[in-house]
Structures are given as structure tokens and as C-alpha cells.
Design a protein around this ligand. Sequence first.
Ligand SMILES: [Zn+2]
Length: 312
Amino acid sequence: MFRKLADLFSNFFRSLFGKRDQDVPLPPTPGEPMLEDSQDVATDTIVTIPVVVPDVGPFDDPDKDAAIDGPPPTDDGTAPEPPPTDPVDDGGEPDPGATEPEPPAHTPRFLWCLDNGHGKLQAGKRSPKFELDGEEVQFFEYEFNRDIVKRIMKALDEKGVKYFDVVPDVDEVGSFLKERVERVNNKESDLPKLFVSVHSNAGPAAAGEWVSDSIKGAETWFANGSKKGKKMAEIFQKHIVANTGFVNRGLKSTKQKQLYVLVKTTPPAILTENGFYNNEKEVLELMKDEFRQKIADAHVAAIMEIEENGLG
Ligand SMILES: [Zn+2]
């Protein structure tokens, strides 16, 4: 009897708050499906929360293209003169008055557990084949996710922010959900941990087909009921949209079958979905080095905002 009552209470509170922000994992439910990313969530269970971001538009907005690619052409169609730049360092003898650069003054506040969803051995999670610079290529999500995380880690090294590379492995990795989560939960840290899983999205389309062009943009997921997760998601979504020009699809969560890595990890957790790789136009952006850098920079900007202000 007491046990039943206790279960009732615990289920009631879980339904109210979902993932707890303290270091208490939700107990595994036998037979529970392991939803891996947003593609696996039943559309009619998704809760969307809009996020206001400084005025930005989609890729095909000419002004936004200009912001991404450089200044717009002048009226006669020629490229404008580049603005004058500072004198370039000629690599000569160092100025005798110059001092060594200061080490980063930043005091780390969190341990950022950076996860690069999916593995090389995993089926699906790839675009249809397409032509790029005269070659047939394909977008693989595991490769993109790892590349973005690598870029984030490089910037965090420079800024003196602490992180944990959750899945440095590449070759022998499949879906790996449980082990990703165990690595995060077992990681010892004096600093509070936060979890960020980096992904790119795919919309509903037949195998080998592209999704409708209206399906595009970025969204950030959090475990339904996690206040800190929601706050993190807001900050990441804001920076991702502002920095890249992605269509703003807002924050997402679901009350039913939640995403495995968001509910099973003990720290506050988010999952970013950066564009749709089965959108024929968007995948071209996702292949570009400079666009990937913008996505990584946006994650770093969000991390720095949270390093600065905490999560309240
Ligand atoms: Zn994914």
C-alpha cells in the first residue's frame, strides 16, 4: 500500500516537473522506446515554444545572404570596394615592447558535456546523394555533429572553458545512446555539469527523396518539465538563429516519449537541431566550412552567456 502511494506521488511529481535538475536520474522504464532525436518524436506530441530573436530571416532572404556572404553588389552589379583594413602583421621581428598574450582570465563555471549524436555505423541519418562541385556527395549526420563539436571544443580551449568530449570515438560507433548517457552521468567533476547534444535534422520524406523546401531551420529541444533545460534551450536557440540566419523553429519538447539523452542524463540537457540535411537547399549550407563555423560560434556564444550569468 505504502509503496503504491509512494509510486503515485513520484509519478505525479514527475508528470509535473519531468526531468529533475538535480543529480537524480529518472529510473529506466522497462520496454521504453529509445527516442534518439526529434525525427523520432510523434509530431502530434510536440510542444513548441516560440523564441524571440533579433530580426533575422531565412537563407533566401537577399539581405541575410549579404550578411552571410559579404556586402551586396553595387547598383551596376560590381562588387564594392572592401573596407580599409588594419596594416597586416608582416611576421617580422616582434616589437620589443610587446608582451606575451595573457592566459585566459575566465574562471570556469560549468563542465560542458558535448555530445555528437549518432555514429558512423548507424543506418540512415544521411542525406540523399547530390552533386557538389562536380562530385557526387552525401551528408552524414555523424560527421557534421562531430565537426561542429570539434569546432566548439577548439573555441572553448581558447576561452578557458571546461568541457567533456562525450564521444571522441568515430569508427566503431553506432547509436550508442546508453553509453553516451553513462559517460556523462559517471563523469566526475567539481563543477556542475551541463549537457549539449549537437544534431542536424531530417523532415519526413521517402528514402532517397528530399523534403519539401518549406521544412527548414533550427530548433532546440529540452526535457519537458526541466526549467534549467528550457532556459538553456532558449539561450542556445537565440544565438543559433541570430548567428546563422536559420529559420527560427523555436523550442521543442514532448510530454510523451521523451528523447533518451535528455531525460536519462542527470545534468540539465538540451539537443540542438541545426538545419535539415534532407532539405536540398539547406544541405548545401550545412556542407560549407564557413556556415559550420557560424553554427559552432553560436553554440560558443550561448555557452559563454551561461558561463557568465549561470542558469539562475
Ligand atoms: Zn540526429
